[in-house]
Design a protein around this ligand. Structure first.
Ligand SMILES: CC(C)(COP(=O)(O)OP(=O)(O)OC[C@H]1O[C@@H](n2cnc3c(N)ncnc32)[C@H](O)[C@@H]1OP(=O)(O)O)[C@@H](O)C(=O)NCCC(=O)NCCS
Length: 315
């Protein structure tokens, strides 16, 4: 076995995608999304990725990095994927990771895996413990009838897509950022998130190759943004991916989130998509209630795992 650094070339990205395809065909790598994440890393973020070769064939990848969505100081996120025939390399990869990690002195390691993947069992065996779960779920638009769910909007509220708004102007973007940060703070999660600074959010959002301004909806009361629900393009065929849905506390239980999601579903259908995917914390009863009412079907959960303290392994 040989482990060598990932070079961020097309060839290495394709090797990564083929490993992921072999390891988890139901959950292929979002190649464009990954490149975008890599290119919009914040200053000071750590990102070390490697490819694993055996008998001259690339059979796996592994990495440790500052958690992208929640860059908490002292935390590093780890992941690995191995082709099914190379699963027996897990323990060697773990030794390699610990040696490489030790100089960075992380206080905790995070991993995110589906509950039905072999990586889940492996991380548990290394002492990782479960923090929380999310349910990925999917709505088949071919079988979806919104009619029984439609209600009139409350007076004074309008829905609009980004493409209908001055979404490239700084003033608007600052208001959207403020709304998203407020709502992210309200998402029920085991720990509060560390929000991205405005400039990082702006770059990551506006330059996202999957951004779809026509499928990104906000609820407005006059000029004030009070809610949001967004769809992104997806690497999965015939699919759009939901981002954040949220409504300010002052405007909840008036049917705004449902109205935004129904508007997004109507857009998806007109766009020619067959499926909408989303992912929700298992503790998020309000959001799950809406998705269940719409007919989203749950898949095996994504489990968030943590290891602390991190074993020291001087090289
Ligand atoms: C989840 C959230 C978006 C719901 O917004 P909302 O505008 O209040 O939801 P709606 O008014 O459209 O609710 C529609 C239906 O969903 C269900 N529902 C909504 N909130 C609920 C709650 N707190 N408890 C139980 N059911 C709830 C109800 O059936 C409701 O219909 P009803 O009010 O006639 O009973 C809002 O609570 C929120 O912004 N939460 C924080 C952000 C978040 O967690 N987003 C999801 C991240 S993936």
């Amino acid at each position: 076995m040989r482990i060598h650094p990932f070079e961020f070339t097309l060839e290495h990205y394709q090797a990564y995608a083929s490993i992921r395809q072999a390891a988890h065909p139901e959950s292929p790598l979002n190649l464009a999304g990954l490149k975008h994440l890599d290119q919009t890393r914040a200053e000071g973020d750590l990102l070390e990725r490697f490819l694993v070769e055996q008998n001259g064939q690339v059979v796996g990848m592994l990495e440790y990095a500052t958690p992208y969505y929640d860059p908490k100081p002292g935390a590093l996120e780890v992941q690995y994927y191995l082709r099914p025939e190379a699963q027996n390399l897990q323990a060697q990869l773990w030794d390699f990771l610990l040696e490489r990690l030790t100089p960075h002195q992380p206080q905790e390691l995070w991993a995110q895996v589906r509950e039905n993947w072999p990586e889940y069992r492996f991380w548990l065996e290394q002492g990782f413990t479960e923090v929380e779960r999310r349910w990925p779920s999917v709505l088949d638009l071919a079988a979806f009838d919104p009619t029984p769910l439609v209600r009139p909007l409350p007076p004074g509220i309008a829905l609009a897509s980004l493409s209908e708004l001055p979404w490239q102007e700084e003033g608007f973007l600052r208001a959207l950022y403020e709304l998203e940060i407020e709502l992210l703070g309200d998402v029920p999660a085991a720990e509060p998130i560390t929000p991205w600074p405005f400039e990082v959010w702006q770059k990551r959002t506006l330059e996202d190759p999957n951004l779809l301004p026509e499928g990104f909806f906000v609820a407005l009361e006059g000029e004030r943004l009070v809610g949001v629900s967004m769809l992104f393009k997806s690497h999965r065929p015939q699919t759009l991916q939901t981002g954040l849905t949220g409504v300010r506390k002052s405007h909840r239980r008036k049917g705004l989130a449902l109205a935004l999601k129904l508007r997004a579903a109507a857009f998806a259908k007109a766009y020619g998509a067959r499926y909408i995917r989303t992912s929700n914390h298992q503790a998020n009863r309000p959001m799950l209630a809406i998705n269940e009412a719409m007919g989203f079907v749950k898949e095996p959960a994504t489990v968030f795992l943590r290891l602390s303290p991190v074993p020291q392994r001087p090289g």
